[in-house]
Unconditional design. Structure first.
Length: 202
């Protein structure tokens, strides 16, 4: 794959589609805007990460899928250079995730986690859904607009530096594995759940 490299783990890339990892992998590439992007996933032995990109040359990630993640797992997406950023269409996590650190990344469609999400920091959350089949800890963004956050259990903190508008935050209501509301796979937690804090500002 042009301009791509990978290390620290067993890696197999098939036409820009698949990376299989051991406990840790670091993958670097240039995105559609030419920004240098580093993706680091740390998880248990035997866990896997799949990156789907629309082509072999410079392009953004269409889907990032992790299988076998646990409560100690972490995912980092970094870009190099002042003012640089990147985008990922979908992130799918089979399992839990302790940390998602991607402060210069926009997720443009959905983040779907079957277990708990400990904490997350991303750039903008716009026209996007975050779904957790467990609880959501502390999630922070630059801006939140036309978004949906759904957790089966509590949500500790949703924070935006600039704005929150046209957004639904649902604790105790899991929209389901398909990450879409009103499709029949929802779960309503009759024991109740809490949104502990929603903050706008630095």
């Amino acid at each position: 794959m042009a301009n791509d490299s990978e290390e620290a783990g067993e890696v197999n890339i098939i036409v820009g589609k698949l990376i299989t990892v051991g406990p840790k992998v670091k993958h670097t590439f240039y995105d559609a805007d030419g920004d240098f992007v580093t993706v680091v996933f740390t998880g248990p032995a035997g866990s896997t990460m799949e990156l789907i990109k629309p082509g072999q040359s410079n392009c953004d990630i269409a889907r990032l899928t992790i299988n076998g993640a646990d409560y100690k797992s972490s995912l980092k997406v970094r870009t190099k250079g002042k003012g640089s950023n990147t985008s990922i269409n979908d992130i799918e996590i089979d399992g839990a995730l302790k940390s998602l650190q991607a402060k210069t990344t926009d997720v443009t469609d959905s983040i779907n986690i079957s277990g708990n999400l400990g904490k997350a920091k991303l750039n903008d959350l716009e026209n996007c859904t975050i779904r957790s089949g467990g609880k959501i800890g502390k999630v922070q963004f630059n801006n939140i607009d036309n978004a949906l956050l759904s957790a089966k259990y509590d949500i500790d903190l949703v924070k935006s530096k600039t704005n929150i508008q046209n957004t639904k935050i649902l604790a105790g209501y899991d929209i389901g594995p398909d990450c879409l509301p009103d499709t029949g796979d929802e779960f309503f937690n009759t024991s109740g759940a809490t949104i502990k804090a929603v903050i706008v500002g630095k």
